[in-house]
Design a protein around this ligand. Structure first.
Ligand SMILES: C[S@@+](CC[C@H](N)C(=O)[O-])C[C@H]1O[C@@H](n2cnc3c(N)ncnc32)[C@H](O)[C@@H]1O
Length: 378
């Protein structure tokens, strides 16, 4: 078998590329319009084959033939039901996608999208193109996969679609399960992923280094330890976090310490201000993982403070300030929970890098799909 080639569309920082490259696929083109994300991709995979621009501006002659196309257009939303036509102006990115498939003529394409993707008009449109339209040669498999079931230390549910014109390709079977059920390996835990990293942090800033990408100096390229920095939360915020035990969230914080919007919303959004558990995979890492009010992003190290003699029991137990780590996870920790390699390089501001991390497909999930697809590359 010759080395299979791939094109990564909407490539982001290249999370999906990591998994496929691990299985021997060679990237020949990537497209990404966020210049920092494109630069991160370039820092790790080379600047020679990434187009740092809008996919709609890529010329036909710039699209090579490839064995595989990975990455799918971001979903526009789920409210505009009934909007299924490929020629609708709002479906421009899907038209672009079809253009790439028709030009690169891959044997296989793999789309990753949000878990509700199969309920979206975009999905209906895709199926319609396979049944009657531009993708008639392809057979589809699709389903919602949880990254934790493929050895990633994070519960992240994503729709995966595999389209193949070289025989139907089933989705990969899980290799891991909660508690090691069904004879599978147990879910990878937060401890296995970030347990070895320093919990005390030396800096709250990125180093001042710059590198030129696409002719423009950009912050970076940063190594893992460079993005292992802390934040400067207000004492009031620290007080809030201190009440949250592993697996807990905003309901563990005394009411008087909560912002009004949460006090007035007594149910729902249970994972906000959440703390991870050492011996469980994390919740989904999103683009604002550095804000505890956005999810379960507090570091799992928390030891209950001993009560003082004579002190009455309280519903709100605090963490011991000496033995607990009262902060959110760092960018480095988030990148590892998203299954990026330790030596991955990062380009951009703090928020730009967080966006790249939160948007990525964990490489373990991509690797499992790559393993499934590879035998069809023949
Ligand atoms: C979900 S992220 C992709 C993550 C990537 N597959 C990974 O694993 O790291 C989607 C990406 O599409 C990019 N994007 C959205 N619209 C685009 C366009 N018109 N042209 C190029 N890139 C676009 C966004 O900047 C974003 O980085």
């Amino acid at each position: 078998m010759t080395t299979p080639t791939m094109i990564d569309l909407f490539a982001g920082a290249g999370g999906m590329t990591v998994g496929f490259a691990d299985e021997g696929f060679v990237p020949v083109l990537a497209v990404e319009w966020d210049r920092f994300a494109a630069a991160t991709y370039a820092a790790n995979w080379g600047e020679d084959h990434i187009i740092p621009g809008d996919i709609t501006a890529v010329k036909r002659r710039e699209i090579p033939r490839a064995d595989l196309v990975i990455g799918g257009p971001p979903c526009q939303g789920f409210s505009n039901l009934g909007l299924k036509a490929l020629d609708d102006p709002r479906n421009q990115l899907w038209r672009e996608y079809m253009r790439f498939i028709n030009t690169a003529k891959p044997k296989v394409f793999v789309i990753e999208n949000v878990d509700r993707f199969s309920k979206s008009p975009e999905f209906d449109m895709l199926v319609n193109e396979v049944d009657h339209g531009l993708l008639r040669q392809y057979e589809l498999s699709h389903g919602v996969l949880n990254a934790a079931d493929y050895g990633v230390g994070q519960r992240r549910r994503r729709t995966i679609v595999i389209g193949s014109r070289v025989g139907k390709i089933e989705l990969p079977a899980p290799t891991h399960a909660r508690g090691g059920a069904s004879g599978l390996r147990p879910w990878r835990t937060v401890r296995e992923v970030i347990g070895e990293l320093a919990t005390r942090l030396d800096s709250t800033e990125l180093p001042a280094s710059k590198t030129v990408f696409f002719g423009e100096p950009m912050p970076g390229a940063f190594k893992g330890p460079d993005i292992h920095f802390g934040r400067n939360p207000r004492p009031f915020s620290l007080e809030r976090y201190s009440y949250v035990p592993p697996g807990g969230g905003r309901f563990n914080v005394p009411t008087e310490l909560l912002p009004r919007c949460w006090r007035e919303k007594p149910t729902g959004t249970t994972d906000v201000m959440g703390r991870m558990r050492w011996d469980f995979p994390s919740h989904t890492i999103r683009t604002e993982f550095f804000k505890p009010e956005k999810g379960a992003y507090l570091h799992p190290q928390w030891v209950e403070a001993r009560q003082q003699p004579g002190e009455k029991g309280s519903r709100f137990i605090k963490g011991d300030p000496q033995l607990s780590v009262n902060r959110v996870i760092t960018h480095y920790e988030a990148s590892l929970l998203q299954d990026f390699p330790h030596d991955y390089l990062w380009v951009g501001s703090k928020t730009a890098i967080a966006k790249q991390i939160g948007n990525a497909v964990p490489s373990g999930l991509a690797r499992a799909i790559a393993c499934q697809v590879k035998p069809f590359m023949g």
